[in-house]
Design a protein around this ligand. Sequence first.
Ligand code: 13P
Length: 258
Amino acid sequence: MVKRPFIVGNWKMNLTLKEGVEFARQLKNNLGARRDVICGICPPFVFLKDVCLALEGSGALVGAQNVHSDKGGAYTGEVSASMIKEVGCSHVIVGHSERRHLLGETDSFINAKVKAVLATGLKPIFCIGEKLNEREEGRTEYVVKNQFKDGLRGINAQHVREVVIAYEPVWAIGTGKTALPSQANEVHSFIRELLTAEYGKDLAKGMYILYGGSVKPENAKELMAQPEIDGLLVGGASIKFESFWDIVKAASTPCNNN
Ligand code: 13P
């Protein structure tokens, strides 16, 4: 199976509603009938419905940036997976490093979120990645393996195939320091081995592993040329349509290896 490049923008806490909808309109117009690339946008919660409506029929996917693990109840300020599904989303980012490290999310909470997302029929974009000191201390594989094992604990093969994994080294997020394509590929390859050991080779091969961390139009092509990089999770450069679209174009030119 040839995988289509999978390019997702994570707007984080940026843009106005008007700008978000305008971005979605431009994405729909530019995508036209193209289906050789999977494009997605993860806006803030309050823009989800409008962005979903603006992208209707475009083939682009919309994801939330977070979710609560419970189905409902007294969780002021939280949003459930079924609420996210109801407004038209297909994906949810889970375990982003900004939530792990700035907001104290634990692996077990993240695991409960992954399960809640899957149980609702949505697809998690499950983020893992090491911090700078962990890389410098030679603990990248240890950290990534633990996040992988804890985050996907109890998830069987039937469900795991719905998971999109995103490797985002924390030291490369918003810093302008991209992991070298070869460095990223090495960790992707390690994650693929973890998937193979847990779920078998065929399933592991079919799963998407995205790279995130200072992706720009200038480095997208080289990153996508790595054999184990199936797509990109783009933060800062996804806020302006032009740079996001340049990344989509660079990532989907025929010379990539996917
Ligand atoms: P930047 O592209 O701004 O480094 O952010 C990456 C990211 O965190 C995407 O989820």
